[in-house]
Design a protein around this ligand. Structure first.
Ligand SMILES: [Zn+2]
Length: 137
């Protein structure tokens, strides 16, 4: 296969992917993976996403359980939630968390740090230096 053919093939592959995939070249958050087991929902890549976005698992867990209005236990990288929740809904909540606690509102980058100062949580951007308080979970 020639180099040209290869490029054409890549082009073709890109056409089949949704546009938003290319919006962020560096920061691709893994999609939520979960399954329902009885009356519980097991969020299997919870820990992986938490480490990917460099956020504390318990903070992330607290937000999700509050948003979903349920209880949850962290179990070796997984989050077991009480109740049945669709993967789509979990993904939405994860995106909401990222928007609130990871993404810099000034520059849109995710190179941020979450820290607590005098009982208030701040999100500080390492890329542009912006700092803003965030809600408590
Ligand atoms: Zn920024």
């Amino acid at each position: 296969m020639s180099g040209k053919d290869y490029l054409a093939m890549l082009d073709d592959a890109r056409k089949h992917l949704p546009e938003r995939v290319f919006e962020k070249s560096r920061f691709e958050i893994p999609r939520t993976q979960s399954f329902i087991e009885g009356k519980k929902t097991v969020f299997t890549n919870f820990g992986k996403i938490a480490s990917y976005i460099s956020r504390d698992e318990s903070h992330f867990c607290k937000f999700l359980t509050k948003e979903l209005g349920t209880g949850g236990v962290m179990e070796s990288g997984k989050l077991v939630l009480v109740g049945k929740f669709s993967n789509f809904l979990l993904n939405e909540k994860v995106n909401k968390y990222i928007k609130a606690f990871v993404t810099c509102k000034e520059c849109g980058k995710q190179d941020t740090l979450l820290s607590k100062e005098d009982r208030v949580w701040f999100l500080k951007c390492e890329a542009c230096g912006a700092k803003r308080p965030v809600i408590n979970v």
